[in-house]
Design a protein. Structure first.
Lengths: 282, 266
């Protein structure tokens, strides 16, 4: 493995047989007393694409933020394949977070936006520029490197946001409803690209979505969550080999998987509603 | 190339120029027709002749006013932005100092100017202080709002990438504040001129003999009305030029992202 001259080393990958991150009975009670998440046990393995799906308020974003070290678990721990971090800001892992909004700097060109995490890490420009070019090529935006975000469509801006995540070669990519604000057509195109990138770049991803079709299409594993309190209700694996494309989308197997997931979701949502009712009665 | 008449920029210039031409001709015609004496109400040509004939002394007065204006503007920008930076650094500082900034803003400068002019020996310095007091508020308030109005998503992104305070300031807060700051500049530049002229009026009554305001005072006393108009014209033109300069600067600095960005939002 070659070390970059600046100390911004290539990612140190977890051994294939170990999870990248292991969530051990981590829960979250907010300072105002709201229980965002009941104790969660979840292990994310290398090259897995794990989708979180469930009724709103079931703690999907909270779980992602716990993993991203933006929140500290109230109890339990989050263990990475090497070591443990439970204090905010001390993650030794390289994480990339993609939000629902592209959150780009409108005053900077696309290339500067993608270079931002490298700039913040103090990587010299000469080393950063080729990485940026390659990330932009992967999301198909090479021609738009010198545009400003305001000149791009919503889908293109989201691509820039993804390129900005890829450029750091993250150990774990966290995406919170990244395509939720996009139209169906654009969303499908981005899903296609994400599936391809996951395969090419051997990404490990945790992905929050509201769309069960998207979850089935993208994921190697789907975590169905229920609310009140936020918890894991069921899990489902999708062992369709990569590369996935329209053939998979149009297959009977896809339809069957969607039907299964839909049933799970209905059950989870019922559970959440019951819990809701119970809480109201207290 | 589109025809000129549909060109927005051409129209924006042509229309007001047309209005001005019409007013000037009507004014000239009115004065000459009625035979109004020059010492009551001069025609545009009288003013123009005056301007040409007494250009050197008017220019000296203009330079004196401009000097105060620019010094005050510079100080307002410098001190105003520094104050704004202080304000966003700590809530406590902001809360304890903001009322005084407001106090400075709401007190009419004509009311404080005599005091400043008496207290400060050097008149030039006194004038600059007065004009700075007038010009500083928009810089403080706009820059403070701008520095605080950061996209929370971007702020979270910076935090997640462990950006230092300095990195966040330079790469996020300052660029976010730029449009607000530039809008402040536009207002402040005009106010610096107003402040300079008002201060000169106050100082002029105390015997300080320089600047366009003093010129207007003196011309009034001597019933040299064309010169009064000429000085007034110079002040107005200076104001317009300052505004245009700031608008141009703003366009230069923001044109590519703000306009394109906002165009897309609509
Ligand atoms: N900062 C917070 N303070 C208090 N309660 C919160 C906070 N963030 C989220 N919650 C609550 O925690 C629960 C889970 O929220 P969230 O993780 O955002 O759900 P999801 O992303 O699945 O829609 C919700 O009931 C929400 O109201
Ligand atoms: Mg959410």
């Amino acid at each position: 493995m070659i070390m970059a001259p600046d100390g911004f080393s290539p990612p140190t990958l977890a051994p294939l047989n170990l999870p990248v991150v292991n969530i051990l009975s981590a829960d979250k009670v907010f300072p105002n007393g709201t229980r965002g998440l009941a104790p969660i046990d979840l292990a994310i393995g290398r090259n897995e694409f794990v989708s979180l799906i469930g009724p709103s308020g079931c703690g999907k974003s909270t779980l992602l933020k716990l993993v991203a070290n933006l929140y500290e678990p109230t109890d339990g721990r989050i263990v990475w394949w090497q070591g443990n971090f439970s204090r905010v800001g001390e993650s030794g892992r390289r994480l990339a977070f993609v939000f629902q909004d592209a959150t780009l700097m409108p005053w900077s060109r696309v290339e500067a936006n993608v270079r931002l995490p490298l700039d913040l890490a103090g990587l010299p420009k000469t080393a950063a520029v080729p990485k940026v070019a390659s990330a932009l090529a992967q999301v198909g935006l090479t021609r738009y490197a010198r545009h400003y975000p305001g000149q791009l469509s919503g889908g293109m801006r989201m691509r820039v946001s993804i390129a900005r995540a890829l450029v750091t070669e993250p150990d774990l990519l966290l995406m919170d409803e990244p395509f939720g604000a996009l139209d169906e057509f654009t969303r499908n195109k981005l899903d296609d690209d994400l599936v391809r990138l996951s395969w090419e770049r051997k990404l490990t991803t945790m992905f929050v979505t509201h769309s069960l079709y998207e979850a089935v299409f993208l994921s190697t594993r789907i975590v169905v969550m229920a609310a009140n309190p936020g918890r894991i209700y069921a899990q489902m694996t999708v062992d369709e080999p990569a590369p996935r494309g329209d053939a998979f989308r149009n297959s009977d197997r896809f339809a069957a998987l969607c039907r299964d997931l839909s049933r799970l979701l209905q059950a989870a949502s019922l559970e959440s509603a019951v819990a809701d009712h119970d809480e109201g009665g207290r | 190339m589109r025809p000129l008449i549909t060109n927005a920029w051409f129209n924006r210039i042509a229309a007001p120029v047309g209005v001005a031409t019409f007013v000037l001709i009507a004014w000239q015609f009115f004065c000459r027709q009625r035979g109004i004496p020059v010492y009551l109400f001069p025609a545009p040509t009288d003013i123009a002749l005056k301007l040409a004939a007494e250009w050197p002394s008017l220019l000296t007065a203009l330079m004196s006013t401009l000097e105060v204006t620019f010094e005050a503007f510079f100080l307002a920008v410098l001190l105003g932005s520094l104050t704004a930076f202080l304000f966003v650094q700590s809530q406590a500082i902001a809360i304890s100092l903001y009322p005084f900034a407001v106090l400075l803003q709401v007190t009419p400068i004509v009311a404080i100017a005599p005091l400043i002019i008496i207290l400060v020996k050097n008149t030039q310095v006194a004038l600059t202080i007065c004009a700075t007091v007038v010009a500083i508020f928009p810089i403080i308030s706009n820059t403070t709002v701008g520095l605080a109005a950061v996209d929370p998503g971007l702020l979270a992104y910076f935090r997640m990438n462990k950006a230092s305070r300095l990195q966040t300031l330079i790469r996020l807060r300052i660029p976010s504040a730029l449009p607000y700051f530039l809008a402040g500049l536009k207002i402040s530049s005009g106010l610096a001129l107003i402040g300079a002229v008002v201060a000169e009026f106050v100082a002029g009554t105390g015997g300080r003999n320089a600047g366009l305001a003093y010129d207007i005072l003196q011309s009034g006393l001597q019933l040299d009305i064309p010169r009064m108009f000429a000085a007034l014209l110079l002040i107005a033109v200076t104001g317009v030029l300052l505004f245009t300069l700031m608008a141009g600067l703003s366009h230069l600095a923001l044109g590519h992202w703000h306009e394109s960005g906002m165009g897309n939002e609509k």
